[in-house]
Unconditional design. Sequence first.
Length: 68
Amino acid sequence: MTKPTYTPVNSYPNMAKLVCKDYGYDCAFEVEGDSEEVAKKFGEHSEHEHGIEYSKETLTKFMLDNNY
């Protein structure tokens, strides 16, 4: 039986991941996928669940700064 192999998200161009805990919230929300979609979904989550609105540019910078 062979072990499954996993490819890191950063191996694919335009792939990203954001984790709510990285922003200091006690929240298990995570989203990963295409960077545009990740920014949109995370922005919607943070606004609806935490009352904070982040711009797409802020979220994109966070993804780039953290190698997501």
